[in-house]
Design a protein around this ligand. Structure first.
Ligand SMILES: CC(C)(COP(=O)(O)OP(=O)(O)OC[C@H]1O[C@@H](n2cnc3c(N)ncnc32)[C@H](O)[C@@H]1O)[C@@H](O)C(=O)NCCC(=O)NCCS
Ligand SMILES: Nc1ncnc2c1ncn2[C@@H]1O[C@H](COP(=O)(O)OP(=O)(O)OP(=O)(O)O)[C@@H](O)[C@H]1O
Length: 204
């Protein structure tokens, strides 16, 4: 029986950073953020629905969705965020389950689903165990501002659109404290996989 891990955290807590580390253990990762970009490409059903709902003004010149513009709309307005979620999430969920099951059918002993909104969207039934990547709020805000060049206000709007990472840590089966170096977080991941008897071959 494959073990399915749900990896989550809050925005910029370090999910993608930890997610990349699973590669060293030959553990496949299904990334919900990546899928949410695929399902809104021009020509996809969700793309048409987004344009219908939010108007042509959220498009770039090349007709792709201007993600910064759409982000500024939905992180400022909960009802618009819910509308966008209602369009994008069903398509992401469907793809996520197909990929998860594909990896399991091809013999993976462990599969990771990297889902930022795992708890908010009540998707814990998709996974066997949950892992939260935790950082203190000051670290989170700073890393978010540095990575995406957001103002403090923009950073907090995004952070406040989710359950706090502290609360998520309380809901998790395991927590990786990512306040320290990436190497320190890597060691915590190694220990966790050992504890849960995930014996995928570690590459040299
Ligand atoms: C608003 C959009 C266009 C902004 O795109 P952008 O490239 O700037 O950000 P990106 O998609 O990389 O998301 C960055 C992070 O923002 C957070 N986030 C994204 N969408 C949401 C949301 N609807 N609610 C709360 N947090 C969110 C997540 O932590 C995510 O990891 C995009 O995030 C989007 O389409 N969101 C709706 C789909 C969604 O919920 N995706 C996240 C999980 S599937
Ligand atoms: N331990 C660490 N030390 C220093 N910087 C880090 C550490 N972990 C992550 N970062 C940096 O913090 C930023 C956020 O990390 P990352 O992109 O992995 O977060 P995320 O949770 O995947 O974000 P999002 O929710 O937006 O997808 C990145 O610029 C990353 O390089």
């Amino acid at each position: 029986m494959a073990l399915v891990l749900g990896l989550t955290g809050s925005i910029a807590s370090g999910k993608s950073t930890i997610s990349l580390m699973f590669d060293d253990f030959n553990i496949p990762v299904v990334d919900a953020d990546k899928l949410s970009r695929e399902v809104v490409m021009p020509g996809e059903k969700a793309y048409e629905q987004i344009v219908e709902t939010f108007g042509q003004e959220i498009l770039r010149e090349d007709k792709a969705i201007d993600r910064k513009k759409l982000g500024n709309i939905i992180f400022n307005d909960e009802s618009k965020r819910k509308q966008l979620n209602g369009i994008v999430h069903p398509a992401v969920r469907e793809k996520m389950l197909v990929r998860r099951d594909g990896y399991i059918e091809s013999g993976a002993e462990c599969v990771v689903l990297d889902i930022p909104l795992l708890f908010e969207s009540k998707l814990t039934d998709f996974v066997d165990k949950t892992v939260v990547v935790y950082v203190d709020e000051e670290v989170q805000v700073q890393r978010l501002m540095d990575r995406d060049e957001y103002s403090e206000d923009e950073a907090y709007q995004r952070i406040n659109a989710q359950i706090s990472v502290k609360e998520k840590a309380n809901l998790a089966d395991a927590v990786i404290d990512n306040n320290g170096t990436k190497q320190e977080s890597y060691r915590q991941l190694e220990d966790l996989l050992k504890k849960w008897n995930v014996n995928e071959a570690k590459e040299a």
